[in-house]
Design a binder for this molecule. Structure first.
Ligand code: DC
Length: 219
């Protein structure tokens, strides 16, 4: 049986940064499930699908083939054979991913892929419903969070470092809107699994969080 670590939490809590670092230290594969929903959203945006039109999304979902490949330990998302990694990390795609991920048919398709990856290898998988729905038997479950102020500030600093103009209050409003949608949808909403350990990173450095998660994995 493979060893699985589940990390869930709201947008901007630092899940991917932490999961990537822990994966490297513990020799696990890092599975970024948000990237799969983002790839699905990218397909809809490219095909001009109205994100309010559930029927159209379901119809278009059938046309997608989303697979994962690893190159030098980095997850590459293939959308109908194309490496789309470079297009996934925009605000527009993140927002669209939050919308398409509320549709059960979309989730079913991507959860199948997630199950397959977790069964094949020792992995650390991050998302919104990993500890609650996707891998209920994961040996280690973490719920990673931070206040919306802190998460917005981190995102702001990231964008500012890239020289992008942005507004802190707007970023915070977007984050809170996305959290609300992810936590209140009918299927697999974001919530802490009963047996998950809560780690609030508001007052922690990245290195402190990595150390903490590694110690929880070793328990
Ligand atoms: O983690 P992220 O920002 O890349 O995720 C993008 C969106 O995808 C997020 O707003 C909600 C959705 N998502 C989900 O519903 N379930 C997951 N396991 C991962 C992401």
């Amino acid at each position: 049986m493979s060893y699985n670590v589940a990390i869930d939490g709201p947008a901007g809590a630092g899940k991917s940064t932490i999961a990537k670092a822990v994966a490297k230290k513990l020799n696990l594969i890092y599975v970024d499930t948000g990237a799969m929903y983002r790839a699905m959203a990218l397909y809809m945006l490219r095909h001009g699908v109205n994100l309010q039109d559930t029927e159209k999304i379901i119809e278009n979902c059938k046309e997608t083939d989303i697979t994962i490949r690893y190159e030098d330990g980095v997850q590459v998302v293939l959308l109908n054979g194309e490496n789309v990694n470079a297009f996934l990390r925009t605000e527009e795609v993140g927002k669209a991913a939050s919308a398409v991920s509320a549709i059960p048919q979309v989730r079913k398709k991507l959860v199948e892929l997630q199950h397959k990856l977790a069964a094949e290898s020792d992995c650390i998988m991050d998302g919104r419903d990993i500890g609650t729905c996707v891998l209920p038997n994961a040996q280690t479950k973490i719920y990673l969070t931070a206040s919306s102020e802190v998460r917005a500030k981190r995102r702001y600093d990231e964008l500012a470092a890239k020289g992008e103009e942005c507004d802190l209050e707007q970023i915070r409003a977007d984050i809170e809107e996305r959290d609300y949608r992810d936590m209140h949808r009918e299927v697999s909403p974001l919530k802490q699994a009963e047996d998950a350990i809560l780690v609030d990173t508001s007052e922690m450095t990245v290195d402190e969080v990595i150390e903490k998660i590694i110690s929880l994995c070793k328990k």
